[in-house]
Write a protein that binds this ligand. Structure first.
Ligand code: GLU
Length: 314
């Protein structure tokens, strides 16, 4: 092993579909190629959206695809102590402030719609006058926002290059703690750091989150991992792969008797391996031996009706 570590981090908010599978397969292939240790971390902090039955299904789907891991970390929600400690550090150093505004109130204060952030920019005018004061006993039943600064944050991404984000002018102060416990942005930073994750491979819909996560890491005195943000898979209508595009769940292909090699072959064709209109069956090991991060198309992949036919017509 090289001392580098990555993680497969499914969220059990739905079943794994072909788009998630492609990201996980590339993540796994990179780990194989570079001798990284691989963790499995089930990320179930998005409480209202978690579907408990998809936790085991994610493990089974990954195993069926041949994507293995060395260790599984505790399910995120069962192990939030370190996140709580980090939150308290941020509070005592004045990096967070409590916010009792509803989603509607935050939205109503916006000067212009901000599509990139679910329409949820937090306007600086909403910031309380005493933001920045230390809190030694922060009330964990409230929402707490991270105080962002008005400067450029550079994210160096190993797939898509260098990006700059001004958090103050884009998303604004964002939640790191809610009445439900740690928010996604904080949990990722704390868990990646304590679990020794050095390489984060995920969809490029999370690229702007990387800037937020770097800002939190810096405030906590932690190193940020290396980032590898990958293009996504879309339907022929140009929208991100979802239910509207039919049943693309890995578990459904598995139940229908589609061979794993067909699924991996399709993922490979989306990664620029061979003729993209004529996928070839292959297993995960062959995928890892052939896929090259530098030649994966930079445009999002498109799931076509022909792709589905290729999976199901065998
Ligand atoms: N669990 C997240 C997801 O499925 C991934 C989070 C991350 O990689 O930082 O979208």
């Amino acid at each position: 092993m090289t001392g580098r570590t990555s993680r497969l981090a499914p969220s059990p908010t739905g079943a794994l579909h072909l788009g998630n599978a492609r990201t996980f397969a590339i993540n796994w292939a990179l780990a194989q190629q570079h001798n990284w240790t691989m963790l499995l971390r089930i990320e179930d902090l998005d409480h209202p959206r978690v579907k408990p039955e998809t936790i085991n299904q994610a493990r089974e789907d990954l195993a069926w695809l041949g994507l293995t891991w060395d260790t599984e970390t505790p399910i995120q929600s069962t192990d939030v102590g370190p996140c709580r400690a980090a939150f308290r550090t941020l509070a005592s150093s004045g990096r967070v402030f409590p916010c009792d505004l509803s989603r509607k109130e935050v939205q109503a204060a916006q000067s212009a719609p901000h599509d990139n952030y679910d329409g949820m920019r937090y306007e600086p005018t909403l910031r309380p006058a005493d933001a920045g004061r230390p809190w030694n006993e922060p009330d964990e039943t409230r929402t707490w926002r991270f105080l962002v600064d008005d400067r450029e944050h550079t994210v160096n991404d190993r797939v898509s290059g260098t990006h700059t984000f001004n958090l103050g002018r884009s998303i604004g102060d964002f939640p790191v703690w809610t009445s439900q416990g740690p928010a996604y942005q904080l949990a990722i930073v704390v868990d990646d750091a304590r679990q020794g994750v050095t390489d984060v491979v995920r969809g490029n819909d999370l690229l702007s989150s990387a800037a937020r996560q770097q800002a939190i890491a810096t405030a906590l005195g932690l190193d940020s991992p290396r980032w590898w943000h990958l293009p996504l898979v879309r339907g022929e209508d140009g929208r991100r792969l979802a239910k509207r595009h039919g049943d693309t769940r890995i578990s459904s292909f598995r139940a229908a008797g589609v061979p794993t090699e067909r699924v991996i072959g399709l993922l490979a064709s989306w990664c620029g391996v061979g003729d993209q209109t004529d996928p070839q069956p292959m297993d995960a090991a062959e995928f890892a031996a052939t896929v090259e991060i530098s030649t994966i198309p930079t445009d999002d992949a498109v799931l076509t009706a022909r792709n589905i036919q290729w999976l199901t017509d065998c």
